[in-house]
Write a protein that binds this ligand. Structure first.
Ligand code: HEC
Length: 149
């Protein structure tokens, strides 16, 4: 009986220690994923236009560019130290080792989106300018997001 209690005590202490170590900020992870998903949804239409699967629609392009400017600064703030693991996150440790570069990339996405808002007036300028903005997504993912198999 005593031995069993001791074993149980040791086990629960170990569990406590583990949870304590990996205090996961699941709220931040959930929030950033939702904002990233919104950007991806806004990118769908312009993406289809780039592939000429859909007719050019300036309003949808402007909507995507506005969404990037709205969400990028919010997402940049959702990577606190305690959100490195948990919640199915694909965030790589490199984010916290290069926090300045990481945050600057979100600033660049927003700045490029703002510039493109002015530069894109028709389908030709869209074809030229939009990929430059969207390149920020893949560029960052390559370095800071775990690849899914
Ligand atoms: C500065 C870096 C950076 C930029 C720029 C960036 N992303 Fe991401 N993205 C990430 C990281 C890191 C994750 C993984 C987040 C996680 O799982 O916690 C991610 C995850 C995602 C996800 C998956 C969300 C989920 O539900 O798991 C989508 C979709 C996405 N990004 C779309 C985009 C789009 C579209 C753009 C451009 C408009 C973009 N991202 C720009 C870093 C970036």
């Amino acid at each position: 009986m005593t031995r069993l209690t001791l074993a149980a005590l040791v086990a629960s202490t170990a569990i406590l220690a583990t949870t304590g170590l990996s205090a996961e900020n699941l709220e931040a992870i959930k929030a950033r994923k939702a904002l990233l998903k919104e950007m991806a949804d806004a990118t769908k239409e312009p993406g289809a236009m780039l592939k000429q699967e859909k007719p050019f629609d300036l309003a949808a392009v402007k909507q995507a560019l506005a969404k990037y400017q709205e969400n990028a600064p919010k997402i940049a703030k959702l990577f606190p130290e305690d959100s490195k693991t948990g919640g199915d996150t694909e965030a790589l440790p490199a984010i916290w080792e290069n926090k300045d570069d990481f945050v600057k990339r979100y600033e660049k996405l927003a700045a490029d989106a703002k510039a493109a808002e002015a530069a894109i007036t028709d389908e030709f300028s869209f074809m030229d300018e939009f990929p430059k903005v969207a390149g920020n997504c893949g560029g960052c993912h390559k370095k800071y997001r775990q690849e899914k198999n």
